[in-house]
Design a protein around this ligand. Sequence first.
Ligand code: CU
Length: 246
Amino acid sequence: MILIFLLPLFQAEIICEYDEPCLRACTDSVCEYFWNIEHRYSQTWRTSDFGEKRSYPKGAMRDFPLSWNSTKKNFDIFQEGINVGINDVIDENGRAKNPLDELEKLLLLDGQQMRKVITINGQVPGPNIVVNKGALVKITVKSTLHEESCKSFDSLHYLTFPAVSLHWHGLHQYDNYWNDGAAMFSQCPVDAFNSFTYVMKAENAGTHWYHSHYIIQRADGLHGAFIILDKGSLLNKQSLRLPLWS
Ligand SMILES: [Cu+2]
């Protein structure tokens, strides 16, 4: 009998697993997200490459730097610093791959080349969270950050190990401050190659946001919208996020 009452605590609508885009709003009373937080570079194309010319395993996922060639109306692809044109990235059938056929795998941002950013499941800024008021929200954050975001903060060396912490800005978090993500104040940050599940109630409706609460990671793109819908509100509004870097 007790188990029947506890069942809703364990059932959740999983919005995205690690590395999947989190595109849907959650309509359930329990909403679960799995996020991989990772450094990437802007103007790159993440794709598997079956070419044999270089020192990587066949079929490995690789990030190729790109630059737009307005004469060719296509991207130039750079491989280990060399412009390889568009014929050197090979699929499993031996055919040349074209980044224009895999637009969802491009991380273009605003045209800045090779700017280091922090992604959530490959997205920057991070995915929108859209839930109903009263929902229980669980976000498992796995960090694969391999170094701190800003080395110029060396004077705060005790804060610059490769950790991450997410603050849920605007959420009340009554009796739940240990999930509020203020690193070194309410909880420890998530260390590299570790994970932590933030659990919180979507108590107050409105357009909120989340952002890193650790050094200046939010300026590297680690932020996103957190929208809590009141009963009866419609999902017909778009949120607008402006990148914080220049
Ligand atoms: Cu904040």
